[in-house]
Write a protein that binds this ligand. Structure first.
Ligand code: SAH
Length: 215
């Protein structure tokens, strides 16, 4: 286990300050980012980069999202203690850890077997215990639906119908939608059977694969 010393905590506090300057306002989100040790998700060779506000490779051609992106998506979800949250794209597990830290009951699904196996083993070792699923999350996880919140951490070509269906009344979906290189962050809120849609800035995610994703 890699230690979490005063130096790492100092770097993490600086990262939190930077995110605040970049416009993240939700104190509970900032607190969670200040708490989850991001450096333990990194290989030794990249350890010095753990508290930069950048995405990094985590193997299998996938990435750990940029802290600003994690903070932005999480803030838009307005997580409350006990919320049932579905995350599509477990990856490193960092985003899932932030959600658990905020008191959510997290269901996370990953399409790459090796990543699924790695993160399912690793994350509980550092104290975060979401429920792990392997498979195509572009269809959600119907068997466990509905969810108060759904977060997609890979870029989608369209908003999968299945995800909207699996939201509770007043549920919130946050999903990057666009082409393979660049996506607009979209938030859908389900209210009185209607869908409220908001669009935010552009981001660059790895592609969402699967039935409702890229072929
Ligand atoms: N949330 C992650 C970021 C992951 S990058 C983190 O905090 O580190 C996006 C992830 O989505 C990749 O691991 C990729 O394998 C996964 N993915 C892509 N398409 C998927 C699908 N249809 N279902 C589930 N996971 C998918």
């Amino acid at each position: 286990m890699i230690e979490d010393n005063y130096r790492q905590r100092g770097l993490r506090n600086n990262l939190v300050k930077k995110l605040r300057l970049k416009g993240i306002l939700d104190e509970s989100v900032l607190k969670a980012i200040g708490k989850v040790p991001r450096h333990v998700f990194f290989d030794n060779a990249l350890l010095n980069h753990a508290y930069e506000d950048k995405a990094f490779p985590i193997g299998e051609g996938q990435t750990i999202s940029q802290p600003y992106t994690v903070a932005f998506q999480t803030e838009k979800l307005e997580i409350k203690q006990g919320d049932k949250v579905l995350e599509i794209g477990t990856g490193s597990g960092y985003q899932a850890a932030i959600l658990v830290e905020l008191g959510a009951k997290v269901y996370t699904i990953e399409f790459q077997k090796k990543l699924y196996e790695h993160t399912k083993e690793f994350l509980p070792q550092i104290g975060y215990k979401p429920l792990f699923f392997f498979g195509d999350g572009s269809k959600g996880i119907p068997a466990k639906a509905p969810y108060d919140k759904i977060i997609v951490t890979a870029g989608a070509p369209v908003i999968p119908d299945a995800l909207i269906e699996q939201l509770t009344e007043n549920g919130i979906l946050i999903i990057p939608v666009g082409d393979r290189e660049k996506q607009k962050m979209v938030r859908i809120i389900k209210k009185n059977g209607k869908l409220l849609k908001e669009e935010f800035d552009s981001f660059a995610f790895v592609p969402l694969l699967g039935e409702q994703g890229w072929k």
